[in-house]
Design a protein around this ligand. Structure first.
Ligand code: GTR
Length: 409
């Protein structure tokens, strides 16, 4: 080595040392997780029919493949809704009053499902902004019974950002998931699945997440018909088990122009085939929450590769409507990178339908939103929760979606 080259080598080494001392404060921070021993996997191709033929055109997807994929999720994951539950519900307005502090009107509406002699009622809480309607609607599937929904108690802006939503000119509604179907393994008889049960249980009968998603559709049956609400501009939002539900609801119900899917993890937006220590797997989720999915799903414990679907296909079912998935840096249980990949790998279906999807296969820095065309993703610092920071990211996407919907008229 000549002295000159040696000198250059020293400079390069010194540069590396300076970098190792830590990036400058302004450098974006990125999510880092290197799961060890994660088996290699191959994702099922959403753009192949079950018989292996290619899905070549938008028409192929819309008319045939979308229905095929929906049925696969019903059969193997979430379960089927009984025919008797497919009707709109009875409803009545039971309370209505102004909330001056929020410059809004609050209403409580009760929905009642009937089957034979039996009935089940669940209430919905609705805030509409003062002024001229109709306005867009943001529906929250509330999986925390401790979060206040009625106007009698101050709103919790972290879990249901009512004031922020109203400030942006939208209406917002929420219902407790547990009022529809209890969030307990032994709650079947008290919920809507028990109400509509006829005969022997079947392996593809609906689980609790499907029941909660069914309720989201029954809620918009009613709310989209109110003069205050613009039924063509509706978003569905859910966190964690509610996020899994929001994605399944939007996959099935095309009235939702946008699904905001917060930290939904296993059975939500993440890729099930990414098995590693520290995240929730099919085996773990079925053990902890046997009521959430149908009986068939139990067969896939530690056999994820045998599933004919993975959850990029669930995101793709919403196409060309919008999906925005959010992760939290510390929420390894939900596998943030797997959630990002669930969105990224839905891209080919979006592109077939004329939308670009996400702009990059690299996750955005912590605290930033990656917003493409039809798909959006963010990861924020901190633990598993639905926060005002998440809401702001979702509502910025909603502004774009609702604007697109108004232009389309
Ligand atoms: C966890 C569960 C997750 C997620 C979460 C939640 O215990 O393992 O799948 O749904 O609960 O809903 O907060």
């Amino acid at each position: 080595m000549t002295p000159r080259i040696l000198a250059l080598g020293i400079v390069a080494a010194a540069g590396a040392t300076a970098q190792e001392a830590g990036p400058p404060a302004s450098a974006p921070r990125r999510f880092r997780l290197d799961p060890t021993n994660m088996p290699a996997y191959t994702l099922p191709d959403p753009l192949k029919f079950a018989d292996g033929a290619p899905v070549a055109t938008a028409e192929d997807w819309i008319a045939r493949r979308r229905g095929e994929v929906l049925e696969l999720f019903r059969e193997h994951v979430y379960g089927r809704i009984p025919a008797a539950a497919q009707r709109p519900l009875e409803w009545k307005l039971v309370a209505e009053r102004p909330v001056p502090a929020l410059r809004a009107t609050w209403r409580r509406i009760e929905l009642t499902a009937r089957h034979g002699e039996r009935a089940l009622m669940f209430p919905v809480s609705l805030f509409t902004p003062e002024g001229e309607g109709p306005v867009p609607l943001v529906v929250l599937i509330c999986n925390r019974p401790t979060v206040p929904l009625d106007a009698d108690r101050p709103v919790d802006e972290e879990f249901w950002a009512v004031a922020e939503i109203l400030r942006r000119g939208y209406a917002t509604a929420a219902y407790y998931a547990g009022d529809v179907d209890p969030d307990r393994a032994d709650g079947f008889a008290q919920g809507v699945r028990g109400l509509f049960a006829d005969g022997e249980p079947k392996p593809d009968d609906w689980g609790t997440l499907a029941a909660w998603a069914w309720a989201a559709s029954r809620v918009v049956d009613v709310l989209a018909g109110l003069p205050a609400i613009d039924g063509r501009r509706m978003a569905i939002v859910g966190h964690s088990r509610g996020g899994k539900t929001a994605l399944w609801a939007a996959a099935q119900d095309e009235r939702f122009a946008l699904a905001c899917v917060n930290e939904s993890g296993c059975g939500g937006a993440n890729i099930l085939r990414r098995r590693f220590e520290g995240r929730e797997t099919v085996e773990i989720i079925n053990r902890g929450f046997p009521h959430w999915f149908n009986a068939n799903f139990k067969k896939y414990a530690n056999r994820e590769d045998d599933l004919p679907v993975d959850h990029h296909m669930l995101v793709a079912l919403v196409a060309p409507r919008w999906v925005h998935v959010g992760s939290a840096e510390d929420d390894i249980w939900a596998d943030p990178r797997g959630e990002f990949l669930g969105v990224w790998h839905a891209g080919p279906v979006y592109r077939l339908l004329g939308r670009a999807g996400l702009p990059s296969s690299e996750m955005p820095p912590i605290g930033e939103v990656m917003r493409g065309d039809g798909l959006a993703y963010h990861i924020r610092a901190g633990p598993h929760n639905l926060t005002l920071e998440d809401w702001r990211a979702y509502l910025d996407t909603a502004a774009i979606v609702f604007q697109e919907e108004s232009r389309a008229r």
